[in-house]
Design a protein around this ligand. Sequence first.
Ligand code: 5GP
Ligand code: MG
Length: 181
Amino acid sequence: MNTIEKDILKVLISEAELKARVREIGGQIAMDYENKDPLFVGVLRGSFMFFADLMRVCPIPCGLDFLAASSYKNATVSSGVVKIDYDIRSNIAGRHIILVEDILDSGNTLYNLAGHLRDRGAASVALCVLLDKPARREKPIQPNYVGFTVPDEFVVGYGLDYADRYRNLPYVGVLKPEVYA
Ligand code: 5GP
Ligand code: MG
């Protein structure tokens, strides 16, 4: 059978490790937000798997919403400008937001999205990322919840893509170099 597994060089974070860590984060958020009725906001599309698993292990009253963003990579502009392709539909004035993203890399995406949500009147905006790649940070940004810190390698799986593939891998891995060639 033609599967995506054949393109994987190595598994970085296994299914069991993901499951255990997501459960820990869900428990931590449940304690921190027990009586705050938080609104989980998932950044599409990379966060979808983490988002769904996280919500399943966070048994407190809460809401959810999504947004989608893309970053302009312009040769003449070095600072990453982020465009919101799809915005949340909820009224967030006074709400406690937990912004859920797949990976924190340069920080441009979350820095801009958090600002956008604060501008719309959120009472607080916490950042919850599955992966943190601190080596490439450009913005002063500190995530509140981090699943795993990863080295400066391009990773795929568990929601993260390469050319829109590999999002359906149940673990986080690194692609074989020939896949990029
Ligand atoms: P930032 O704005 O923090 O530089 O980038 C965040 C976005 O870049 C993530 O949402 C993700 O889409 C993409 N990204 C950064 N590093 C990786 C990586 O190692 N693998 C994948 N698949 N996407 C990445
Ligand atoms: Mg993304």
